[in-house]
Design a protein around this ligand. Structure first.
Ligand code: IDP
Ligand code: MG
Length: 138
């Protein structure tokens, strides 16, 4: 069973759409096998998004990601990395397809409600960033 990391970002928690996002995963047949709410420090957010450290939006992104609690989840299912990315929609909600999470709930390219791993390698690293083995219920 493939696994991926999903995060409901601070804007999603703030807007009260935790349930809406989770409902979309469950309706798509995706299983949630781990979940926690956590308020990242700026330092932790910088570690998580280290791949973007040279981007012009890095400082703003990590300030945003540490601005309030997030909900981190491990999703499991067949082809779940790609399935989750489809449910999320394009990074910029303006470009996201109708019916996607970002199209329906996001306000801008930075505050775009959800994160999802983009490959098996990043999924493994990102899952380990938030969860230890005992916290994942398979
Ligand atoms: P993704 O979340 O769709 O995988 P990435 O390119 O990996 O998109 O970017 C990570 C996060 O950085 C995005 O989800 C978004 O919050 C933020 N971001 C990406 N591009 C921009 C931008 O051009 N301006 C501001 N923030 C951005
Ligand atoms: Mg990404």
């Amino acid at each position: 069973m493939e696994k991926t990391l999903s995060i409901i970002k601070p804007d999603g928690v703030q807007k009260g759409v935790i349930g809406e996002v989770i409902k979309r995963f469950e309706n798509a047949g995706i299983k949630i096998v781990a979940m926690k709410m956590i308020h990242l420090t700026k330092e932790k957010a910088k570690n998580f998004y280290a791949v973007h450290k040279d981007k012009p939006f890095f400082d703003s992104l990590t300030t945003f990601m540490s601005s309030g609690p997030v909900v981190a989840m491990v999703l499991a299912g067949e082809n779940v990395i790609e399935k989750n990315r489809e449910l999320m929609g394009a990074t910029n909600p303006a470009d996201a397809a109708p019916g996607t999470i970002r199209k329906d709930f996001a306000s801008d390219v930075e505050k775009n409600i959800v994160h999802g791993s983009d490959s098996p390698q990043t999924a493994a690293t990102e899952i380990a960033f938030f969860f230890n083995e005992l916290e994942i219920c398979e």
